[in-house]
Design a protein around this ligand. Structure first.
Ligand SMILES: [Zn+2]
Length: 304
């Protein structure tokens, strides 16, 4: 009886200790996940983009600025709860609006960082009607969108950039032709946490734009796997492991094999699009993007 009570007290104390360490992320709200001490991810829905918060002794580094203005405001509120220090840098994993619209919430004072070409792509891709449309669709966006303007990166790097801030080292690694006009992976070598941009998405078909190449995507995934990360945070969807890269590699290998066989049999791109089936991946989301995948595979098997 006595023994039972002691172990009960012990378990209670231990569970209090455990819940204390996870309390922070809960305090930040259900949209937030704690990745490691001082590292958090915000996303309101599984399909939405992830915004990363990295707290250091000398200020905060963000990775992307939230899917919508309401997400950006939630990230700002979370940062204020975590630290009195300012957001020093905001690293973009890509140029698209669902990762970059919220920059006006943080910059100034934050300096935005992405690879060379990001600013030009953001200006070219800017859709002025997007924000008014968003507000019309979701009235709660109106207040969050206060002060909205396009904020392209103030800092553009080439190939690789290393940030030393407080106790942390953050490497920003360029990935060529994998998703948008400028894609950056964000790697914390001490913590072994990797923000992997949108090269691979969890159990989903990616949209492959005309400049994206499957060999470049496979190279980027090999590069990221070689870093040996413990936690992989994709551009969209739940944090996981390098399994996301393994799954994507297997998918593209099968796609290249099938498209290659059909091309060698003399079929045209349109015939391949009409006939190719990937039943192994019928459960993956966004099947409507399959034609862009077949086009990229066709370019790859033709050697361009
Ligand atoms: Zn994107």
């Amino acid at each position: 009886m006595m023994r039972g009570r002691i172990s009960f007290v012990f378990v209670l104390a231990a569970s209090l200790l455990v819940s204390r360490s996870t309390l922070w992320a809960q305090d930040l709200g259900p949209q937030f996940k704690k990745i490691k001490e001082g590292i958090y991810v915000q996303s309101a829905r599984e399909a939405n983009s992830n915004a990363g918060i990295i707290v250091t002794q000398e200020g905060v580094v963000l990775v992307d600025s939230g899917h919508n203005p309401t997400d950006s405001r939630a990230v700002l509120e979370a940062v204020k709860k975590l630290t009195p220090l300012p957001v020093r840098f905001l690293i973009d994993t890509e140029v698209h609006a669902d990762h970059t619209t919220g920059h006006y919430v943080f910059s100034p004072p934050a300096m935005i960082i992405n690879h060379t070409g990001a600013g030009e792509a953001m200006r070219k891709g800017f859709v002025p009607e997007r924000m008014p449309n968003l507000i019309r669709q979701f009235p709660e966006m109106r207040e969050a969108a206060e002060g909205y303007r396009l904020v392209p990166p103030q800092i553009e790097y080439r190939d690789k950039l290393t940030i030393h801030l407080g106790e942390r080292t953050i490497e920003v690694l360029y990935m060529k032709n994998v998703h948008s006009e400028a894609d950056s992976a964000v790697w914390l070598p001490q913590e072994r946490v990797l923000f992997a941009a949108s090269v691979a998405i969890q159990n989903g078909i990616n949209i492959l734009r005309p400049f994206v190449t499957i060999p470049d995507m496979l190279n980027a995934m090999r590069m990221m796997k070689a870093l040996n990360p413990e936690i992989v945070i994709p551009g969209h969807g739940s944090p996981g492991t390098t399994k996301i890269f393994d799954d994507a590699e297997r998918y593209y290998a099968l796609l290249l094999e099938r498209v290659g066989a059909m091309a060698r049999a003399g079929k045209t791109l349109d015939q391949i699009k009409a006939e190719l089936k990937m039943p192994e991946y019928s459960s993956w989301s966004a099947q409507d993007r399959m034609p862009t995948n077949i086009e990229a595979a066709y370019r790859a098997v033709q050697g361009n």
